[in-house]
Design a protein around this ligand. Structure first.
Ligand code: ATP
Ligand code: MG
Ligand code: MG
Ligand code: MG
Length: 471
C-alpha cells in the first residue's frame, strides 16, 4: 500500500530528489553545536548554519525527513487529532537557490498530482501582506480565491528573535469534513478544531529583520518547508487522527492489548492510550539518540514523558513493567528508516526500563506517605488534605497530583486545590527566574532553555527524589 507512512516518506523524498534536492537522512534529536535549542523541533533546525550562511551546504537544495520533538504540544497530545510530542517532518530547503515560485509550484504538484488530493478540499493561507504568494497560488497554481485566506503575523510570519533572516509563510490545509468540525458558526480555515487541518508550512525567508524593527530584503533568499508525515498519512489513509495511521496504530493496538481494553469505547481511556502511544515513540527515539532521563534539560523532558506514559498506564490498570514490550513495536515499525533503533534495541530497553522501575519505586513510596496522611485525617475527622501536603507529595516525592486526587476521592476526600495551586505558582515563579527561557524560531518557548556550557545528562540514583509535579 503506497499510502503507508513509510511509503509516503519515500514518495516525498523521491519527488524532491527529482527536483534536484540532495536527500539527507534525519539529523539526531539532539542539536549539534547549537546551545540555543534543547531538542530538534523542525526540519530546518539542524540546517540553521546553512540558512545564515555560517556554513556551506553540501548542495543549495536539500530534502529531509526529520525526527522532531515538541514538548510545547504536550497538553494537546491525546486530545487533538493532529498533535504528537514526537513526529516526523518532511521538508525541502533552498539556500539561496529556488524561491517562492518553485516552492509553491512543487508543493502544489506534489499534493495534487502525486498524492492526488481533491482540490476542492485544499485551502491555502498566505501572510496578509504577501501579495506575491497569493498571486502565485491563484494565477500559477490555479487555486480559487475563496480557497485562499490571508492571515496575520502570528500565524503566517516566521522570525527568530529581534534580528536575522525571517519572512512570510503559506500553509496548506485539508478540509477533513464537517464531522471533524467544532460546529461553531465561525469555524473556518485557521480554526483550532480538527476540521481544517494544517499539514504543510512553506516559509519564504526573504527579509532581514533589524534590531529597530525594520525589515530589508535579503540577498540570499531561502526556502524552508515542513510537512508533518503523520498528518499527511492520516489524510491519505482517510482516518480520524494521527493515532490511526498504520505505524502509529500498531503501537496503539499494542497498548490496548497490554491494558486489555478496546480503543474507541471511552474518551478518558482513549486519551490515556493515545498519550502512551505518543510518549513511547518520543522516549524510544530519545534513548536511541543518546539522551538519558535526568533532572534537567532534555533529560528532564524525557523523564517527564516516560513517567507520564507510565502514569497513564496505571490509569488503564496496567500492572508491572510494560514499556519494553512497546519498544519492540516502535522499533519494528520504524527500523526501515531508522536502523539505529535495531542496533541499539537492548540499550534502549535498558534505559527505559531502569527509569520505569525508578518511577514505580517513587510511586510506592508516595503511596505510603499518602496512606499515613489519610489515616491521620480520618483520626482528626478531616476530609480535605491541605495544599501544602499535596504539593510536597508531588514536588518533593515526585508523586503525581492526579494520583493523590484519585486516591483521596476513593476515600470520599478531596485535596485543597487552591492551596495546592498557590504552592505550585510560587514554585513556578522560582523556576522561571532560574531558567530564563529564550524564544526562538517562533516555536513553543517551553522547548527552549539556555543550556549551560557544561550541560550533561546523567542517570540519577534511586535515592534522589525529584520534583515532577506535572506528570
Ligand atoms: P499547528 O498549528 O497544527 O499546531 P504548527 O503551525 O505549530 O501546527 P509548524 O510549526 O508550521 O506547525 O510545523 C510544520 C508542520 O509540522 C505542520 O504543518 C504539521 O504538519 C507538522 N506538525 C507541527 N506540530 C506537530 C505536532 N505536534 N505533531 C504532529 N505534526 C506536527
Ligand atoms: Mg503548533
Ligand atoms: Mg499552525
Ligand atoms: Mg504552521
Amino acid at each position: 500500500e503506497w499510502t503507508g507512512l513509510n511509503e509516503l516518506r519515500e514518495s516525498y523524498l523521491k519527488f524532491f530528489e527529482s527536483k534536484g534536492c540532495l536527500r539527507h537522512k534525519s539529523y539526531p534529536l539532539v542539536p549539534q553545536n547549537d546551545n540555543s535549542l534543547l531538542l530538534i523541533v523542525a526540519g530546518m533546525a539542524p540546517l540553521k548554519p546553512y540558512f545564515t550562511g555560517q556554513e556551506t551546504p553540501p548542495r543549495t537544495r536539500m530534502t529531509t525527513c526529520q525526527k522532531c520533538i515538541r514538548t510545547g504540544d504536550i497538553e494537546n497530545v491525546g486530545k487533538t487529532a493532529r498533535h504528537g510530542t514526537y513526529f516526523e517532518m518532511l521538508g525541502n530547503f533552498s539556500f539561496g537557490d529556488y524561491f517562492k515560485k518553485e516552492a509553491i509550484a512543487w508543493a502544489w504538484e506534489y499534493v495534487t498530482q502525486v498524492l492526488k488530493l481533491p482540490k476542492d478540499r485544499l485551502y491555502i493561507s498566505v501572510y496578509e501582506d504577501d501579495d506575491e504568494a497569493e498571486k502565485i497560488w491563484h494565477e500559477d497554481a490555479g487555486v480559487p480565491m475563496d480557497h485562499i485566506v490571508r492571515m496575520g503575523k502570528e500565524d503566517n510570519f516566521w522570525e527568530a528573535g529581534t534580528d536575522g533572516p525571517c519572512g512570510p509563510c503559506s500553509e496548506i490545509y485539508f478540509d477533513r469534513g464537517e464531522k471533524y468540525g467544532c460546529g461553531k458558526p465561525d469555524c473556518k480555515v485557521g480554526c483550532d478544531c480538527d476540521r481544517y487541518m494544517e499539514f504543510w508550512n512553506l516559509v519564504f525567508t526573504q527579509f532581514e529583520r533589524h534590531e529597530d524593527g525594520t525589515y530589508t530584503p535579503l540577498k540570499q533568499k531561502n526556502i524552508d518547508t515542513g510537512m508533518g508525515l503523520e498528518r499527511l498519512a492520516s489524510i491519505m489513509q482517510d482516518v480520524d487522527s494521527i493515532f490511526d495511521v498504520d505505524t502509529v496504530k500498531a503501537i496503539r493496538d499494542h497498548v490496548c492489548k497490554i491494558a486489555g481494553c478496546e480503543y474507541g469505547k471511552e474518551y478518558k481511556k482513549d486519551v490515556s492510550i493515545r498519550v502512551i502511544t505518543d510518549h513511547i515513540r518520543s522516549v524510544t527515539f530519545m534513548a536511541s539518540d543518546g539522551i538519558l532521563p535526568s533532572n534537567e534539560g532534555r533529560g528532564y523532558v524525557m523523564r517527564r514523558l516516560l513517567r507520564r506514559a507510565v502514569r497513564h498506564g496505571k490509569l488503564l490498570g496496567i500492572n508491572g513493567l510494560f514499556l519494553k514490550d512497546l519498544v519492540k513495536t516502535v522499533v519494528d515499525c520504524n527500523k526501515c528508516e531508522y536502523n539505529e533503533l535495531e542496533e541499539k534495541y537492548d540499550y534502549i530497553v535498558k534505559v527505559l526500563t531502569t527509569e520505569e522501575q525508578n518511577f514505580n519505586a517513587t510511586i510506592d513510596r508516595g503511596m505510603k506517605i499518602l496512606d499515613d496522611l489519610i489515616a491521620q485525617m480520618q483520626k482528626d475527622g478531616k476530609t480535605e488534605l491541605d495544599g501544602e501536603s499535596c504539593f510536597k507529595l508531588s514536588d518533593t516525592y515526585g508523586f503525581p497530583i492526579d494520583l493523590t486526587r484519585e486516591i483521596l476521592e476513593e476515600k470520599g476526600m478531596t485535596c485543597d486545590e487552591e492551596g495546592f495551586a498557590e504552592c505550585y505558582a510560587k514554585q513556578r515563579e522560582t523556576a522561571k527566574n532560574a531558567h530564563a527561557a529564550t524564544k526562538y524560531m517562533g516555536a513553543d518557548e517551553t522547548v527552549f532553555h539556555k543550556i549551560d556550557k557544561d550541560f550533561h545528562t546523567e542517570f540519577i540514583g534511586y535515592d534522589k527524589l525529584e520534583g515532577d509535579s506535572e506528570i
